[in-house]
Design a protein around this ligand. Structure first.
Ligand SMILES: Cc1cc2nc3c(=O)[nH]c(=O)nc-3n(C[C@H](O)[C@H](O)[C@H](O)COP(=O)(O)O)c2cc1C
Length: 370
């Protein structure tokens, strides 16, 4: 008699609004810097298709909402006709394999320099506080930042509108929905976190004021494409890009509770142990209060392996688990979790290199390595 295969919690189905997920292993958004000139390239068709499984949820890499949104070479955008058209075959390939595909919409704010900005202007932010040169996560180049220009109060609706238009464009490209990038020290986080935001208008000061920009974007995007197609990513505990907060738990809870009002599809939070893409030492902080406060689908990310993901599902600490580096290096991650076999190791050195194959689509599938 064949042995009964035990159920793997990560591989149980989940109803995500109108989407029927066949499992809970989500592709986390991963910037790969291979979209030359900010236009998605044909090699991304294979990359995303490789990571698609029937009924699996994929979140595309951070994608700029406007010509002021960029801060890294060769990251994709979704504000021009050409970019929308370039996304279409990529989205089609994911759909052809039965995947559900969300686009992460992004504005870097002050994590930029004049070279990325139209007419060489200063990057925009919640603040004009400059930001220290940093070693990129590649560890190779030192990124230089131009001191930002503080957005005037009357300019803010235009930026909110850029997110709205980007969401509309994402749907036009065929995406099933969007994830608003409110994490990792980029523009939305620059408004939310009190180590950065030093405004005195209705977008600064109190928690309510600092979260106003994020929630206006949620509202605008939900009105444009429907709340059932909207997720948001937040990292209240991270201080990546000099964007820490003096009370991250209160911030995370305020956002989780406020988001309920908009009835968006999911809230995606990054574990306190992650500081951007680097691990922090052990911390006693937890996402549990936010999980309990948010009424929709909860999605976690940051340092999960198979066992920890399974435990988080069993203990109802989350509904879905997003995997970044493991999925980057294992295109067939859900299948490997199903069979409980070893994973390919990721190579950090090729995370952000621009080769269309190496470190991108050449990680072996299980069959290839057998
Ligand atoms: C190469 C790389 C690119 C990333 N790009 C993004 C991104 O575009 N948007 C985002 O929200 N997070 C980004 N992250 C963070 C991941 O989505 C994820 O939260 C992080 O890698 C922790 O999860 P992991 O331990 O499963 O890798 C990136 C991480 C890596 C390693």
């Amino acid at each position: 008699m064949a042995a009964k295969i035990p159920t793997v919690p990560l591989l149980t189905p989940y109803k995500l609004g109108k989407f029927d997920l066949s499992h809970r292993v989500v592709l986390a958004p991963l910037t790969r810097q291979r979209s030359y000139g900010n236009v998605p390239q044909p090699h991304a068709i294979l990359y995303y298709a490789q990571r698609t499984s029937k009924g699996g949820l994929l979140i595309a890499e951070a994608t700029g909402v406007s010509d002021t949104a960029q801060g890294y070479p060769d990251t994709p955008g979704i504000w021009t006709r050409e970019q929308i058209e370039a996304w279409k075959p990529i989205v089609d390939a994911v759909h052809a394999k039965g995947g559900i595909f969300f686009c992460q919409i992004w504005h870097v704010g002050r994590v930029s320099n004049q070279g990325f900005q139209p007419n060489g202007q200063a990057p925009i932010s919640s603040t004009d506080k400059p930001f220290t040169p940093q070693i990129r996560s590649t560890g190779i180049d030192v990124a230089q930042f131009t001191p930002p220009r503080r957005l005037r109060t009357d300019e803010i609706p235009r930026i909110v509108n850029d997110f709205r238009l980007a969401a509309r464009n994402a749907i036009a490209a065929g995406f099933d929905g969007v994830e608003i990038h409110g994490a990792h020290g980029y523009l939305i986080d620059q408004f939310m976190k009190d180590h950065v935001n030093d405004r005195t208008d209705q977008y600064g000061g109190s928690l309510e004021n600092r979260c106003r920009f994020a929630l206006e974007i949620v509202d605008a995007v939900a009105n444009e494409i429907g709340a059932e197609r909207v997720g948001i990513r937040l990292s209240p505990f991270a201080d990546y890009m000099e964007s820490g907060d003096s009370n991250p738990k209160a911030l995370g809870l305020y956002m989780a509770e406020s988001l309920n009002k908009y009835e968006i599809l999911y809230c995606h939070m990054v574990e306190p142990r992650m500081n951007g893409v680097l691990e922090k030492p052990n911390t006693s902080d937890s996402l549990l209060p936010m999980r309990k406060a948010f009424k929709g689908c909860f999605l976690v990310a940051g340092g999960y392996d198979r066992e920890e993901g399974n435990n988080a599902i069993i203990e109802n600490r989350t509904d879905l688990v997003a995997y970044g580096r493991p999925f980057l290096a294992n295109p067939d991650l859900p299948r490997r979790f199903e069979l409980d076999v070893p994973l390919n190791k990721y190579n950090r050195e090729t995370f952000y290199t621009s080769d269309p194959v190496v470190g991108y689509t050449d990680y072996p599938f299980l069959e290839d390595s057998a």
